[in-house]
Design a protein around this ligand. Sequence first.
Ligand SMILES: CC(C)(COP(=O)(O)OP(=O)(O)OC[C@H]1O[C@@H](n2cnc3c(N)ncnc32)[C@H](O)[C@@H]1OP(=O)(O)O)[C@@H](O)C(=O)NCCC(=O)NCCS
Length: 170
Amino acid sequence: MTVRPVRLGPGDAPELFAAIMRSQALHLPWAPPPASEDELRASLAQPADARVSYGVRTGAGDLVGVVNLTAIIRGPFQNCFLSYYALTPFEGRGLMRAGLATVLDLVFGEHVLHRVEANVQPGNARSARLVRGLGFRLEGQSPRYLRIGGEWRDHDHYALTAEEWPGQGG
Ligand SMILES: CC(C)(COP(=O)(O)OP(=O)(O)OC[C@H]1O[C@@H](n2cnc3c(N)ncnc32)[C@H](O)[C@@H]1OP(=O)(O)O)[C@@H](O)C(=O)NCCC(=O)NCCS
């Protein structure tokens, strides 16, 4: 099955909020939900120079996951952070791997970024396997890195630069 990345905006909030709600068994404890549909809408309305959200859709239009590029920093850094989640019932079929690969093409192509960083909790084996499989390097451990579910959680710190992404050629 092929997938394509489609930019998400505030108008996608109702569809995405419902999909997140039905995905809670998959997402918890790694990716807590937004507090409300309005909070999700506000995050999808952020300016594109700060945050870009892609829905991963099948050819039939099913929304199978989301990939966010956040904290896009230009100048000599040209870096962003990557966050992602699959949406039930489409997880575990290789669609997120394919969707992330298409978004990474855009990160280094259309967005002309040089580096993308992903932070994964040490116990999140699925997520670690996903980024490692895409070529991300483990750069180190970051203690108490992100507050998730009310606690400061340690994260493993992965990154990928344009030189390491097939087709970019440095
Ligand atoms: C992490 C997540 C996005 C992976 O989505 P997915 O739909 O399983 O991804 P895919 O089907 O494309 O599989 C990705 C890889 O994980 C592997 N995988 C699937 N289930 C696994 C499991 N239980 N344990 C270890 N690896 C697993 C797949 O085999 C595949 O590996 P490979 O193709 O390199 O061999 C999904 O589990 C998720 O949404 N988790 C909750 C939110 C989250 O953790 N987000 C990331 C925060 S850092």
